[in-house]
Design a protein around this ligand. Sequence first.
Ligand code: C2E
Ligand code: CA
Ligand code: CA
Length: 455
Amino acid sequence: MIDKLNRELEEKVEEKTKELKHQSETLDHLAHYDSLTGLPNRLLFLDRLKQAIKHAKRRNKNVTILFLDLDRFKEVNDTFGHEIGDKLLKEVAIRLLHCVRDEDTIARLGGDEFTIILEDVGQNEVIRIAKNIIKAMQEPVYIRNQELYTTFSVGISSYPEDGNTSSILIRNADTAMYKAKENGKNNYEFYNSKMTEVAFERLMMESGLRRAIDENEFVTYFQPKIDAIDSKVIGSEALVRWQHPLLGLVPPMKFLSLAEDIGLIKYIDEWMMMNTMKIMKKLQDEGIYTGIVSLNVSMKHLEDKQFMQYFRETIANIGFDTSFLELEITESQIMKNPVSAIETLKNIRLMGIRISIDDFGTGYSSLSYLKRLPINNLKIDREFIVDAYKDEEDASIVRAIIALAKSLNLSYIAEGVETKEQLDFLLEEGCHNIQGYYYSKPLPESAFKEFLLKN
Ligand code: C2E
Ligand code: CA
Ligand code: CA
């Protein structure tokens, strides 16, 4: 009797133990594997990388990691939704598994980031694998009748050359991956120490820019626009400068694309329009003729409700007469989506503001849209102005733009005019609205005021 009870009890215990073991295995799996792709997750990846480095140290071998990031994955998610995005990641994981050996670890770090650990592999083999990964993405992925294309940017770092801890190796592979993105995506890059310098500079610029917005380190410069027939000022273009506490005056080319990347350009443009209108209003109140002032804005901001609200409020607060205001928008931005641009720009025109197409001639305008766009002015790009007086091809482009402006009843201006030859050519062709170093460089407020008083 006791024997039987004992046996039953033992069986129960055994059963429970099995159950617990199974449960703990499931939990273990959940903790170490990514539920979407079934690949090792960050935790397990770190664990394996540390192990691999330890082994390599003992045996004098190397470890290489590949840091992979899908290009434009966010676009897929935004366009097709997360469900399709998830399916794409699953398919990508399967393709990656075909690119490596069984003993290599592929992990999903999260989002669209994957890593691969290769132990004791020579550089040629690493290159072969990286190329295979790029190639594996060339075929489209079909999801619900959608044909999706995606590519990888890959950064590569190795123990011991590029670092001797897991965190340094990961950081350096990540840096190399960014370099691959910068170089046009869909390729791979090996880490080198120069990249860290560049990344550091970028980081300094980035934190500097954030501070610049809080601390108000921007200034507005004005470049006069002149009617060459009587040399009178007809207006000016407001151009942003960054007064950096250590670097001095930084031109927009050095910081605008970074500001764009990190989403700060909107604040810079908001500040510019506020500050420009304030200065102009002051000059007008002093009885100085300023003409029309032009601001550079991106199409994206004009389609942004918050930006437009800030714009309207600023005009009202300053009490600025909008008939003295013009917006310069680049041709390529307008032509990206001309149908929606027509609507957006109509509303700007209703506010009494002029619209000028900047860098005209570089953006492949569709003539039928050009006719329907509510614009006032074409700004002929400097690229054509430079050599037009001696280069027949450039000359005929300038002539064509002038003819186009005339037939559409638009005003037109040449930018980047530096020399007498360039000016004479333009006057001969009937273009007398001129902006450029020939008359003046962009000037800070005080010098601009002097310029206005003299002219
Ligand atoms: P952009 O709108 O085409 O402005 C004209 C650029 O040409 C200015 O450069 C101006 O200083 C320069 N320039 C004017 N005359 C001459 C000349 O005779 N010769 C030469 N070589 N250059 C001349 P800047 O001020 O460095 O601005 C560069 C670009 O940065 C601008 O090109 C514009 O796209 C952008 N930008 C400037 N300020 C702002 C701003 O407040 N907001 C935005 N979103 N972009 C801005
Ligand atoms: Ca401009
Ligand atoms: Ca321009």
